[in-house]
Write a protein that binds this ligand. Structure first.
Ligand code: ATP
Length: 946
């Protein structure tokens, strides 16, 4: 380790920024072709892995202990001690055990939930592009070693500290190191000045920063903990997760319920002492039981667990959720702002048409295989026979960074490395008979003005092997037709350069609109000879877009199809039913966007409002809000404008999910309630800013995730309802005892209450957290943010409906045993076997009622028979455990002593076994009525609308 640090220090300290590229290579034992495999291995052994080692969090034992010192736990410790002092050793031990089990259980669940998210984070490895063995390769960022030649471009996260040796327009965001969020310019030239801090050195780039624009080649200097970022990480590894709204709500809920419990305890304590004249110690134990009965001990960990389970289910559906609490926010989403290319469409581009002045050509063949023909009036056309076609396709394919990969071991089809929009240009060039590799060698690229969603175009500058008219360099440009045409002053026709007339401009835009109306994506292509008269500066890095992109010659249009994803139409319909609006925000042309939006059902009106980026710029926030109330498509917008749209939607009260993939999307992704980054096409920066990452870039996966989000919230409510159900029947027997001044001997003891709350109720409740989304969950409007978990409906249902029902049944069971033994002719048994049988029956009745209740709680209004009464295996297991536990409490002598129970007879068992059915059937009846009422309401609503 010491040695490693030393080497890393040497690398940086020997003023690597002063060296020429050749000397940098020499210093790091590397070369232009990159390291060889053996060198990589040797360096890995020497320097280790490129990883930031995480400092261990709080020791597990401390986390475990923290579960034993909460207010409630302390109260229970005190209660246990008092019980032992008052000679109720069993109760004391039971309370201690409860406390310990509860603490360990909470710890285990938190730990498990934490592990689940940790594992998910690991599923997102970052990659780096390097040159090794003279080949460009994609490797895991953790496999980088000093000496590696690293390639970075806009949107990439930088994974090691490195010295830049070649760059084009490079700007880097170093906010993780410096806190300064404005990108800084970087270059590859040696820096001779001393006294600059490392982050200020213009030819050094650092781990953790991201490329805001441009491209670069850099030699890795230090990795892992030896990097500047590693040093900071070493000092500060204390990221604290903020509590989500749900966690806050749950904390509040637990406090509220604890207060209710405490108040109940105090009331019972006072009544027991003054009204029934119980001894103080007994009254205390008795009221402590009440407190314990009312507190939902397992609520918080169970919620975390059900969120974690949802996260795992979502991961299977291609949605990686980075923050647990995002799951719940997803459930409230009211608007999804989605981009088009790749999310709603397949991003599998195929060129269908080419447009040249005076000629429209058809292109056959599908996908990326270079198999197909270029047809003009049904006759095959090759580049070598048509100068215009040759210029168009040469320019288009040279002004591109994508590579086509022939079928190989990994895929039996032609695939693409890079942007599909660019890849299809190479394919169509090959279809026209152009040898694209040869072209690259003949006209090597010397500079790139990278694609930028704001400029909507990209240019490349090449050296010409044979100068044309004294020109040694040429610039090619491709991009959105409107943007490219604005830069053109001439047009290429039959190999000749002519002045571009207004009527020609109109003709080109008409052709563009015609294609766009059919949902096709159009790119315009142009070139410019860079003559000596241009006074072009010597240094290539001073070739700026402003300097190069002017006075261009228009060549033609390339028209490509990007069909909608097949599953998107259904997902859009589902959103409409769930009252979730979808707003398309795209960089593409309005008519293309409108056509696709109509095809997949995002817009229903014939003439939806299309707001362009330029229009949006001029619009006031008030006007924007008005526009947002109706159907609208945002087209030709820059990613930065998404941020404004999100802000305005939020001001209108919406919960907004936004998709994005570029660097400039990150403000909108951060601002949104749910930022959704694209896993395939997304940049690291976007992924970092997002709350959720779609591994398949697919819109339908967002909708699936929203469905899960809604299910999670309703599962938590189901769980809450279930555990609150048993509170009333637990309190009523004690109330009966107190109010009758002891004439009704206590039907349910404290130990028995604990047996329900911390024993029999627990596992079935956990099963509810794993319920799958209910069928109608996407038929309802989104939940309002102000809605609370313990709403009026839940309180009424838990405390009055189930509470009273179970109380009647439990008290009924108590009297049932007494009736079997001669009551009312003999007084209610207050001790002996009959009393024990009666209390055993009160306890067992509540347990059996809860079996019916847990099945009921699985759905809100749907019949449980319809969704399969035993479909949730976790609940079935829970019920089996519940029955085994209560049988053990009733029959095992040791437990009988603790819980004050005795064996019960055949008639009693019949009573118990029947119990779940009335609970189940009564609730099924209520659900049927509720379903009917909502159907009637729907019909009436429809009539009203008509
Ligand atoms: P969305 O925002 O829905 O994903 P998009 O991909 O069309 O749609 P941008 O990536 O912002 O949005 O692109 C804006 C416009 O720039 C495109 O409509 C296209 O005309 C042009 N364009 C896209 N990719 C390139 C590229 N690689 N080179 C040149 N121009 C491009």
């Amino acid at each position: 380790m010491e040695e490693k640090v030393q080497i890393a220090k040497e690398n940086m300290d020997e003023k690597i920024f002063k060296l020429t590229t050749k000397d940098v290579y020499k210093k790091l034992n590397t070369r232009e072709e990159g390291l060889t495999l053996q060198e990589v291995q040797a360096n890995r052994e020497k320097y280790g892995k490129n990883a930031i080692t995480e400092k261990k969090g709080k020791p597990a034992i401390l986390v475990l202990m923290s579960n034993f010192v909460s207010l409630m736990a302390l109260l229970l410790w005190a209660g246990g001690i008092i019980a032992i002092v008052a000679d109720m050793v069993e109760l004391g031990v039971a309370i201690f055990l409860v406390n310990i089990i509860n603490g360990v259980f909470s710890f285990w669940q938190e730990h498990r939930a934490g592990k689940a998210t940790e594992a998910l984070k690991k599923m997102l490895p970052s990659y780096a592009r390097v040159i090794r063995d003279n080949q460009e390769q994609q490797i895991l960022a953790e496999d980088l070693v000093p000496g590696d030649i690293m390639l970075v471009e806009e949107g990439d996260k930088i994974s090691a500290d490195a010295r830049v040796i070649a760059s084009s327009d490079l700007q880097v965001n170093q906010s993780t190191l410096t806190g300064e969020s404005n990108p800084v310019r970087k270059t590859h030239d040696p820096i001779m000045r001393d006294g600059l801090s490392k982050s200020e050195t213009p030819n050094l780039i650092f781990t953790g920063s991201s490329v805001a624009s441009g491209t670069a080649k850099a030699v890795v200097v230090s990795i892992g903990m030896e990097t500047e970022f590693g040093k900071i990480a070493n000092l500060t590894q204390t990221m604290k997760e903020e509590l989500s709204p749900l966690q806050k709500e749950l904390n509040l809920l637990t406090k509220q319920i604890s207060m209710i419990a405490l108040s109940m305890g105090i009331i019972f304590f006072i009544t027991a002492i003054f009204f029934v004249k119980e001894p103080i110690a007994e009254a205390f134990i008795f009221s402590l039981g009440m407190v314990v009965a009312f507190i939902p001990e397992g609520l918080l960990p169970t919620v975390t667990l059900s969120l974690a389970m949802a996260v795992q289910r979502m991961a299977k559906e291609n949605a990686l959720v980075k923050r647990l609490s995002a799951v719940e926010t997803l459930g409230c989403t009211t608007v999804i702002c989605s981009d088009k290319t790749g999310t709603l469409t397949q991003n599998e581009m195929t060129v269908n048409n080419l447009w040249l002045p005076g000629k429209e050509l058809k292109v056959t063949g599908l996908g990326y295989a270079p198999v197909g023909k270029i047809l003009y009036e049904n006759k095959e056309l090759y580049a070598e026979n048509d100068e215009d076609l040759k210029i168009l396709l040469t320019a288009a394919s040279l002004c591109s960074n994508a590579r086509i990969v022939p079928p190989n071991d990994e895929s039996d089809r032609y695939t693409v490395l890079g942007d599909p929009t660019e890849a299809c240009l190479g394919v169509v060039a090959q279809k026209a008979g152009i040898d694209t590799i040869n072209q690259i060698n003949l006209t090597p690229r010397i500079r790139e003005l990278p694609f930028d969603s704001r400029r909507k175009r990209m240019s490349t500058i090449h050296n010409l092997s044979t100068p044309i008219g004294g020109c040694e360099r040429i610039a090619y440009i491709k991009g959105a037709p409107k943007e490219v045409l604005e830069l053109c002053t001439s047009i290429n026709k039959n190999g000749d350069k002519q002045e571009l007339s207004d009527s020609q401009r109109n003709e080109i835009m008409e052709a563009n609109d015609r294609y766009a109306r059919n949902g096709l994506r159009v790119l315009a292509v142009a070139y410019r000879h860079l003559t000596k008269e241009c006074n072009l500066p010597k240094s290539l890095s001073s070739y700026t877009p402003e300097l190069i992109e002017q006075d261009m010659t228009f060549v033609g249009l390339v028209v490509m199809a990007d069909p909608p994803r097949p599953e998107v139409k259904d997902a859009v319909e589902l959103c409409h039913r769930a009252k979730i609006r979808i707003i398309m925000i795209t960089g593409d042309y309005g008519l293309t966007a409108e056509s696709i939006a109509k095809r997949i059902g995002i817009v229903e009106s014939n003439h939806p409002r299309i707001v362009s980026g330029v229009e949006l710029e001029k619009m006031s926030d008030d006007d924007l809000k008005k526009v947002l109330k109706d159907e609208v498509i945002f087209a030709r917008v820059a990613p930065e404008q998404k941020y404004r749209i999100v802000c305005n939607l939020q001001e209108l009260g919406h919960i907004v999910a936004v998709t994005g993939d570029g660097v400039n999307d990150s403000p909108a992704l951060k601002k949104a309630d749910i930022g959704v980054a694209m896993g395939i096409s997304g940049t690291d920066v976007a992924k970092e800013a997002a709350d959720m990452i779609l591994t398949d870039d697919n819109f339908a996966s967002i909708v699936k995730a929203i469905e899960e989000g809604r299910a999670v919230y309703s599962n938590i409510r189901k769980f809450l309802l279930y555990i609150l159900n048993s509170n009333t029947p637990e309190a009523v027997p004690s109330a009966a005892f107190l109010l009758s001044k002891g004439n009704i001997p206590l039907p349910l003891t404290v130990m028995q209450i604990l047996a329900i709350d911390l024993g029999t109720d627990m596992l079935p409740a956990l099963g509810l957290g794993a319920e799958l989304p209910e069928k109608g969950v996407m038929e309802k409007p989104p939940r309002s943010r102000t809605e609370i978990l313990m709403n009026k409906k839940t309180v009424i249902k838990a405390f009055l409906w189930y509470g009273l029902l179970e109380s009647v049944i439990a008290m009924g069971a108590y009297f049932f045993v007494n009736i079997l033994n001669g009551w009312p002719n003999v007084p209610l048994a207050s001790s002996g076997i009959v009393y024990k049988q009666a209390t055993t029956m009160t306890l067992a009745s509540i347990v059996f009622c809860q079996i019916g209740a847990v099945l009921n709680c699985r759905t809100e209004n749907e019949s449980v028979f319809k969704i399969g009464i035993v479909a949730n295996k976790k609940i079935v297991t829970g019920i089996v455990f519940e029955v085994l536990l209560i049988s053990a409490i009733i029959y095992i002598p040791f437990l009988q002593n603790i819980f004050n129970t005795v064996a019960i007879g055949f008639k009693e068992w019949i009573y118990l076994i029947v119990l779940p059915f009335p609970i189940l059937l009564l609730e099924e009846g209520r659900k049927a009525i509720s379903r009917k009422l909502s159907r009637v309401k729907k019909v009436n609503d429809k009539r009203l609308v008509i």
